[in-house]
Design a protein around this ligand. Structure first.
Ligand code: GLU
Length: 447
């Protein structure tokens, strides 16, 4: 490994010893970009440290009152990770697992996703350790308002543009945007993305994360002389991303046969492929119960309590739930099942060891979420573009732009892998392509 990179890795290990998710993402990245570190300017400008660590980390307390009048205090964060190629941009996550390590890992990954889209956005992330499970609508609205009261002074269309992530969907974005407008007195559309269609949102935005992942897989298949027609997809999660995957996969002739939640997974041999099933996924999400067993009850399919879907055979595996949801045993199942494609929708879904195993297996073609998971933020950037021209593109126009963006990310990742003699290693390829782009912007802007 490059000497300068070794020193940076040692410093990161020491400084962030208590932040495992963040360290995992940043150390994996250093390994991936290692073949592309020949330029002496990287060390001269200490670019690796400046890319690996966030430019700014904001944390704040979020007080709120529940329906019984009892006060609670949550911890809110916004990490403004990198602004080399545009205003900070990234999601907000409301989940009890949110902490400084998780938001930093998300902000780091986001910087690379955003660079790969080819659109002018820097990287950020944020959220709070608020648990929406079992909360009433009014409680969630009050929480969103309090959260925005703390956050609004740090964001803006040309500063930092939040969007949704786990626990934050278009309903929450509406409440956050309403409070932002009240506090600033400005209809500043591009201060948030993922807005509803009636007040500045973009068509396709809600389904974009999942659509993008399927477009990426379609492009990989095309390169192998195959199509999605008749393919069986093994998918985890049942949230926004999985929902988009089910819809686009069905449209392109494939079948999503699994969904999962913290309670286990369901196996639907006919595929999650009808409007009724899509709607049920949305209802499950808003029920606040966070489980998929209800899908099995409703549609009469099998439910496997406490298990993950990676044991099910299929043509492609698409983890779409959360970080580290796939470990070494799961990777062994995937390889033993002769799964040919491993395409990450969620951020860093595999443990470092599981990812190593999948990448080294000659049978599995792998691609990481920085490339395959950036459909959501790509359409967020298109939403900002539409806000600034005060015009809305049609559904098919946005969908086609998304398809093209995902195709060009595939091309850039494959080209970078080829250029550095890495064969078909799209994970290293996408990290190198994004690294080159961000480093050029940082070099141009000086120290
Ligand atoms: N959290 C989303 C993502 O993974 C949304 C980011 C955005 O649209 O800004 O990309």
């Amino acid at each position: 490994m490059n000497e300068y990179a070794v020193r940076v890795a040692a410093n990161l290990r020491q400084r962030y010893a208590g932040e495992p998710e963040y360290l995992q993402s940043v150390l994996t990245w250093l390994e991936m970009i290692d073949p592309a570190l020949e330029d002496p300017r990287y060390e001269k400008l200490d670019l690796l440290t400046r890319m690996a660590e966030p430019e700014r980390m904001i944390s704040f307390l979020v007080p709120w009152v529940d329906d019984k009048g009892i006060a609670h205090t949550c911890h809110g964060y916004r990490v403004q990770f990198n602004s080399a190629i545009g205003p900070y941009k990234g999601g907000l996550r409301f989940h009890p697992s949110v902490n400084p390590s998780v938001v930093k890992f998300l902000g780091f990954e986001q910087t690379y996703k955003n660079a790969l889209t080819g659109l002018p956005i820097g990287g950020a992330s944020g959220g709070a350790d608020f648990d929406p499970r079992g909360k009433s609508r009014r409680e969630i609205m009050r929480f969103c308002q309090s959260f925005m009261t703390c956050l609004y002074r740090h964001i803006g269309a040309d500063t930092d543009v939040p969007a949704g992530d786990m626990g934050v969907a278009s309903r929450e974005i509406g409440w956050l945007y309403g409070q932002y407008k009240r506090l600033t007195g400005r209809a500043e559309s591009s201060a948030l993305t993922g807005k509803g269609l009636t007040y500045g949102g973009s068509r396709v935005r809600q389904a974009a994360a999942g659509f993008g992942t399927v477009y990426f897989l379609a492009r990989m298949l095309e390169d192998q002389g195959e199509t999605l027609e008749g393919k069986r997809l093994i998918v985890s999660g049942f949230g926004n991303m999985s929902w988009g995957v089910c819809r686009k996969a069905t449209e392109l002739g494939a079948k999503v046969v699994t969904l999962s939640g913290p309670d286990g997974y369901i196996y639907d041999p006919d595929g999650v492929s009808t409007p009724e099933k899509y709607q049920f996924m949305v209802d499950m999400r808003y029920s606040g119960e966070d489980r998929v067993s209800t899908y099995a009850e409703k549609f009469g399919v099998e439910f496997f309590p406490g298990k993950r879907p990676w044991e099910v055979p299929g043509d492609a595996v698409l983890p779409c739930a959360t970080q580290n949801e796939l470990d070494v045993d799961d990777a062994i199942h995937i390889i033993a099942n002769d799964v040919r494609y491993y395409v990450e929708g969620a951020n860093m879904p595999a443990t470092a060891e599981a990812l190593k195993l999948l990448r080294l297996s000659p049978k599995v073609l792998t691609v990481g979420s920085k490339a395959a998971g950036c459909g959501g933020v790509a359409v967020s950037a298109l939403e900002m573009a539409q806000n600034s021209i005060r015009y809305n593109w049609s559904r098919s126009e946005v969908d086609e732009k998304l398809r093209q963006i995902m195709g060009s990310i595939y091309d850039a990742s494959a080209a970078a892998a080829r250029e550095y003699g890495l064969g078909y290693d799209l994970i290293a390829g996408n990290d190198i392509a994004a690294f080159k782009k961000i480093s050029e912007a940082m070099i141009a802007q000086g120290l």
